[in-house]
Design a protein around this ligand. Structure first.
Ligand SMILES: [Fe+2]
Ligand SMILES: [Fe+2]
Length: 299
C-alpha cells in the first residue's frame, strides 16, 4: 500500500483502507476501484491523502494499533461530548498501546484517511495514541497513562463545546466571526467546560489548558500570563503529539519526515527535548509506504 496525495490519484487506483464519514459509516470500502466521480467526491470531502494499493510495495501493510470499530466509537463519544465514555475509552487506548509494546509492534507509520468532517476526531484519537506511546517510553505508570490518554482525547474539546453556552457562562463577549480569537481560546474553553466535572483530575485539565504552551512558555491562551503558565508533563507530551500529528497532515506533502524535522528543530524553544527524544525512538524516520508529492516512493 502507498500513502499518496489526493492530486496524484488516478482512475483505477484501488483504495486499501475503508473510508468513514463522521458518523462512522463507511463511505468507500477497502478494495474500491476509484472512478473520476469518486476522486472528485474525495476532493470535495477535503481529503488530502489516502492509502491505495501500490505495485512496488504490495507486501507492506501499515496498520493502526487500534481497530477502526473502536476508533469510530471514540469519535462518536467525542462528538456528543460524552465525558464518562471518553474516560472509559482512554483506558482502552492504553490497553491497545501496551499490548503493542508487549508484542514489540509499536509504530507511528500509520496515517488514516481523513475528511474535513472527521479530522478533529481522528486527530484527537491520534494525539492520544502518540501521547500514550511517549508516556510509556518515559516509563509512566499505567494509571498515569490512562489520565494522559483522557487529557489527550479531550485536548481540543474546546472546539466542540457550545461556544454560546460557555460565553454566557464566562460572561465573555465573543464575535463569532473572529475565528482566530476562537482558536486561541479553545484550550481555555475546554478547561472551563471540564471545570464542572470534579471526577476529571487536575492533571488532565492542566493538559488541556496548556497544550499550546511552548517550552519557552510562549503560546496561548493569551489571558494567562507567561509567569502563571505551569504546564504539567501531560501538557508537554500532548503539545508534541499535537504538533507532530498536525504537521504530518498539513505540511502540504503529508510527509511525516518533515513533521519530525519540525519537532527536532523546535527542541528547547517550542518543545521539551527529553520528550521529543523519547518520541523519536518510535517515530517513522523512514516512513514506510510513503509517496511524496512528486510521486516518489520512500520506504
Ligand atoms: Fe489545540
Ligand atoms: Fe489538537
Amino acid at each position: 500500500m502507498v500513502y499518496i496525495n489526493i492530486n496524484e490519484l488516478k482512475v483505477g487506483d484501488i483504495l486499501s483502507e475503508d473510508l468513514y464519514n463522521d458518523n462512522g459509516a463507511v463511505l468507500l470500502r477497502n478494495g474500491t476501484k476509484l472512478t473520476t466521480f469518486a476522486i472528485e467526491r474525495l476532493k470535495l470531502l477535503g481529503i488530502n491523502s489516502l492509502y491505495v494499493e501500490g505495485e512496488i510495495d504490495n507486501d507492506i501493510k501499515v496498520q493502526s494499533l487500534m481497530p477502526n470499530s473502536f476508533k469510530n466509537r471514540i469519535a462518536s463519544n467525542l462528538k456528543t461530548i460524552s465525558i464518562s465514555s471518553t474516560v472509559y475509552n482512554a483506558k482502552n487506548v492504553v490497553s491497545y498501546v501496551l499490548e503493542a509494546f508487549k508484542l514489540n509492534n509499536v509504530s507511528l507509520d500509520y496515517m488514516e484517511n481523513r475528511t474535513d468532517e472527521t479530522y478533529l476526531f481522528q486527530h484527537s484519537i491520534a494525539v492520544a495514541e502518540i501521547a500514550v506511546i511517549i508516556g510509556k517510553a518515559l516509563n509512566l505508570e499505567e494509571e498515569t497513562l490512562e489520565d494522559l490518554a483522557t487529557s489527550a482525547l479531550l485536548h481540543d474539546i474546546g472546539k466542540l463545546v457550545s461556544r454560546k453556552d460557555l460565553v454566557k457562562q464566562l460572561e465573555m463577549k465573543l464575535d463569532d466571526k473572529d475565528e482566530n480569537f476562537l482558536y486561541k481560546i479553545h484550550p481555555f474553553l475546554g478547561y472551563s467546560y471540564l471545570y464542572n466535572f470534579p471526577e476529571i483530575k487536575a492533571t488532565v485539565k492542566n493538559g488541556i489548558l496548556f497544550h499550546h504552551i511552548n517550552e519557552n512558555l510562549q503560546g496561548f491562551p493569551d489571558a494567562i500570563a507567561p509567569q502563571k503558565r505551569k504546564p504539567y508533563i501531560f501538557a508537554k507530551i500532548i503539545q508534541i503529539a499535537d504538533a507532530y500529528d498536525n504537521a504530518r497532515h498539513f505540511n502540504g506533502t503529508n510527509n511525516p519526515a518533515l513533521a519530525l524535522e519540525h519537532l527536532k528543530s523546535g527542541c528547547d524553544t517550542l518543545f521539551n527535548r527529553t520528550i521529543v527524544e523519547s518520541f523519536l525512538e518510535y517515530a517513522p524516520v523512514f516512513p514506510g509506504s510513503l509517496s511524496n508529492s512528486v510521486g516518489e516512493t520512500k520506504n
